[in-house]
Design a protein around this ligand. Sequence first.
Ligand code: FAD
Ligand code: FES
Ligand code: FES
Length: 467
Amino acid sequence: MITFILNNKIITTSEHSGMTLLDFVRYEQRLTGTKIGCREGDCAACTVLVGELKNGSIEYQSITSCISPLGNAHGKHIVTVEGTNLKDKLTTAQEAMKANYATQCGFCTPGFVVSLTGFALLNSEKNYSNALDAISGNICRCTGYKAIEKAAHQVVEKLDNQNNIDWLIQNEFIPEYFKTIPKRLGDLEAKDRNQPKGKYVSGGTDLYVQQADHLADNEVHLIAEKDYLKGISIKNGICTIGTNSTVSDLWNHSELSIHFPNLKKHLKLVSSEQIRNMASLGGNFVNASPIGDMTIYFLALNSDITITNENGSERNLPLKQFYQGYKTYDLKDGELLKDIHFKLPTQSTFFNFEKVCKRTHLDIASVNSAIQITMDNNNILEAHVAIGGVAAIPKYLHETSAFLIEKPLTPDTIIEANDILQNEISPISDVRGSSDYKRLLGRQLFFAHFTELFPEAFTLNDFVQHA
Ligand SMILES: Cc1cc2nc3c(=O)[nH]c(=O)nc-3n(C[C@H](O)[C@H](O)[C@H](O)COP(=O)(O)OP(=O)(O)OC[C@H]3O[C@@H](n4cnc5c(N)ncnc54)[C@H](O)[C@@H]3O)c2cc1C
Ligand code: FES
Ligand code: FES
């Protein structure tokens, strides 16, 4: 049985856990405020909030319900647009949309309202930039974004940097019943369920785009709530991240941000807030897309992975040895990726991530790349370079990385390294660009790493004139 609270009502259902949450709320519960646009996580018309009890209070996040399995709602509070409604009046987010003429046909409006309500509930600074992040995955086809941005601005002003539930109720952001949810969720009989054998599903953001119908009708093995795949720990200079950690878990980890000062800037390039809230590292690695952003990121960190099987025995492998060919990798039936671990950067280590895609938000890369470089004065002590979108696998550049070691950090070294990089890659022409274009991007991103990391030493002209 799947048990959860949907808006103000306890649900216990024997429905198939692989059914999408969207279909359950619309077709089983007749909550048709949650809209269906793309069914691929791309428009956020289907946005709902998921609240999880943590240390006695509830943390809410927005997700796209069209690519989320119903079973992942077990033990949680799910809020649809109907669940944000007040009696006989508009909520503050609804009023902001209305007052700023931010709705025309209205199809996208419930999604925007839920995202803005989620922003109000989120434990983050209530500034305009964060409000725009919260709606960066929502698409509107007819109003135009300026009016919606004004509505977001109004929400920020009304919030006055508050996210306390009582304050939000008093100020008409959410209805009164939200106050009862922590106790009711704590009392909910939502024990661990026996999971059937079947396809492993974590966030579902890759699988439900690829095979939603199949998953809805077949057994799925939901792993998102498995504790032994969770958590981020830092000990003796080693960071270990459970593969169920989502991109948002990395984003919210304050200690990680100290070691990677540009973490949020880099993660902002990954999908949208709704998708980041669901997208796990394990899913990114095992999806094995040649352009997986997290895969490229962790390849350049020279990470190792722990693989576990059903009997609990474990083996370790460098991530760079995991990939064998297009979408093939070293994982046997019944094996799971358990965690990823890597040495944290030191004072003399520099890390950078670059991504080029057709639009800033919610787009996969044409080419992406990451580098980690350790310096000894002006000499390179260690280098790890990874690049995506230019080979059948997410590519660790063995030869380019090896070449850089013990070389002085000069334009000549970097230009020569690019020649090696160009020999190591084999891009193909596809919808993301021609082979020549991707080679050019590979070069520019490689150069960009150095201008970004050492702005006082290099400008792009130092490389381009000679390359
Ligand atoms: C709208 C949209 C935008 C996106 N944008 C980006 C983007 O900008 N950058 C990017 O890199 N990706 C992007 N993605 C892809 C996707 O979100 C990521 O790859 C995500 O990290 C996948 O994680 P998941 O938990 O959702 O995977 P799932 O769909 O649950 O699983 C994916 C695969 O991994 C397997 N799996 C999951 N966890 C484990 C584990 N621990 N051990 C073994 N196997 C496992 C599953 O069986 C499945 O084969 C986007 C997806 C969508 C829908
Ligand atoms: S329907 Fe478009 S994101 Fe869900
Ligand atoms: S108001 Fe029509 S799609 Fe946004």
